[in-house]
Design a binder for this molecule. Sequence first.
Ligand code: GLP
Length: 252
Amino acid sequence: MSSGGPRLRVLPASAWAATVADELLDRLAAEPRLRVCLPTGDTPVPLYAELAARDAARSPSWAQATVVLLDEWAGLPPGDPARCDVRLRRQLLDQLAPPPRFVPIDVDGSDDEAAARAHDAAARGLDLVVLGLGMNGHVGFNEPGSRPDDPTRLVRLAVSSREAATARYGAALTPTAGITVGLGRILEATEVWLLVTGERKADVLRRALREPEGVDCPASYLRRHPRLTVFADEAAVAGPRRRRPRAPGSAA
Ligand code: GLP
């Protein structure tokens, strides 16, 4: 773990996406050949919308950059709306002109283990890994039980992740497995950003940053990285607002 600990940027919700976009585009301007690993999920949606809008307004070019997909469901057919490659293309990549080189995870062949090994090679030596935070402490599909030296691999999904595929993302069927860039590759990257928004993430963010690291919360291992930045909105740090106690005798 670095002596200084993670850089925690707490932002008003209204400025969150623009601030993270500014930092990412500064990074891209300084390093046009950036190799960046990007997540899907709901958290980065406003960031991707901001990046797409900036691109139309002439941001630094993505043409020489490479975007490596963080994780992917196994067993969902090509084009399924929950597929991470579909979502990242639709929300960001298809709106960048010219687009970066994209490295999806090849889950459409017959050998998911081989696909995971190939993606492990693609995920070596990344300049930047951007992550969301799962409610159970996962990053990518590094579910609880994952270890800090894990490679990119085929994993069994936690029940909450399986349910998210259909309930939140509209998958045609419920996947039980996925392929994820492993914590080992994430911790090898030059820099790591963890994106966390909304009060429902406050408890797991506190767990990840403040309590001893452990396999119950894979995100806690990110603190080992010497260049970890957490981009949180105020709600993710403050947690739920306390309800004001009702005055005696007032209506329900
Ligand atoms: C999903 C993905 C992660 C994502 C995380 C948080 O299941 N596997 O890559 O970052 O959970 O999702 P959300 O941003 O929707 O809360």
